[in-house]
Design a binder for this molecule. Structure first.
Ligand code: A3P
Length: 314
């Protein structure tokens, strides 16, 4: 089978996130080639504050959803967070600027999509929430985002012209040279370290099906000690339809982000809209062909590293 190339993989960008001993090399997610160096230097050198949390996930696993909940818990509110979440994405924005330019106060939730084995050791010791979502929905969600987003920003690196879902599925399953590395490698590595006491695992599907229970578990893990009433209010505010509406109509101060990404306000709004698509479990069923699904299932069948993970597909 021929595996299509990802147009923004390491071969296209020549940018990687590499472990200190050089043994792990993950293709970087590059929006702007020049800005990347500053982002990566900040990611490598960041000294975590003890009150901050780290949120880690493969892209499209519900990061915005979980970040909003965790930040609400930290602040003791169910109001939508007015600062842009993208500021806290250490893979996109130089994290040192949050303090240097007073853009986002601690305590805060910082997030990365790189698996920890490529990052400095300090990432292994941080209080961390890990989100997992079933691979079929992640793949579909990522296809939708990537096929629209790169046409809006970072065009000079390569866009998704003529990409189809069937092609994308082959890349998702079989390619290593993709920004943030391969999904299955991310999950396998993070699954091995998930039982450490400073790591809290959340399944995206559980957060949709049992929001109050899952937010309460986060409340306990984070030590935020919020009341059952507030937990309920946060669950209501972050239900998909309400959150989509609330976040898209809320004003954001985007200047710092626009400067780094070298883009404009409308484009930024367009990319934010891509973060809220359907918010469902099992939308892959409405989009995969029989052949796509067979290919996916054949991959999952032989994926020994994931055999114990109770992914929920519907
Ligand atoms: P879909 O594309 O399947 O709709 P991330 O934040 O990691 O990029 O993940 C994006 C996915 O989470 C998208 O999935 C998005 O719609 C979904 N999502 C965002 N907010 C959500 C919410 N409040 N409830 C459920 N799903 C949400």
């Amino acid at each position: 089978m021929e595996i299509p190339a990802h147009p923004r993989g390491g071969k296209a960008t020549n940018k990687y996130v590499t472990s200190e001993d050089g043994s792990i090399k993950i293709p970087a997610m590059v929006v702007d080639a020049d800005a990347f160096e500053g982002v990566y230097a900040a990611l490598k050198n960041y000294k975590f504050k003890s009150e901050d949390f780290l949120l880690t996930s493969y892209p499209k696993s519900g990061t915005n959803f979980t970040w909003e909940i965790m930040t609400m818990l930290l602040r003791g509110t169910s109001e939508y967070i007015k600062e842009f979440k993208a500021l806290c994405m250490m893979d996109l924005f130089p994290v040192n600027k949050l303090d240097d330019d007073k853009l986002f106060p601690s305590p805060r939730v910082l997030n990365t999509h790189y698996r920890f084995e490529a990052l400095p050791e300090t990432y292994q010791n941080q209080k961390t929430v890990l989100i997992l979502r079933n691979p079929k929905d992640v793949c579909l969600s990522y296809f939708h985002m990537e096929s629209q987003m790169w046409d809006m920003i970072g065009k000079q690196v390569g866009n998704m012209e003529k990409m189809t879902l069937s092609k994308y599925i082959k890349i998702f399953l079989y390619a290593d040279d993709v920004p943030f590395g391969n999904f299955f490698e991310f999950v396998e590595y993070m699954w091995k370290i998930k039982d450490q006491p400073h790591i809290h695992l959340v399944y995206y599907e559980d957060l949709i099906l049992n929001p109050v229970e899952e937010i309460q578990r986060l409340n306990e893990f984070m030590g935020t000690n919020r009341s059952p009433e507030l937990v309920q209010e946060i669950a209501d505010a972050t239900s998909f339809a309400k959150m989509k509406q609330g976040k898209s109509t809320q004003g954001h101060d985007t200047k710092a982000l626009l400067d780094v990404l070298r883009t404009d306000e409308d484009t930024m709004k367009g990319t934010l809209a891509l973060m809220f698509r359907k918010g469902k479990i099992g939308d892959w069923k409405n989009n995969f062909t029989v052949a796509d699904n067979e290919l996916f299932d054949a991959y999952l069948e032989q994926w020994t590293g994931g055999k114990d993970i109770p992914f929920r597909y519907e």
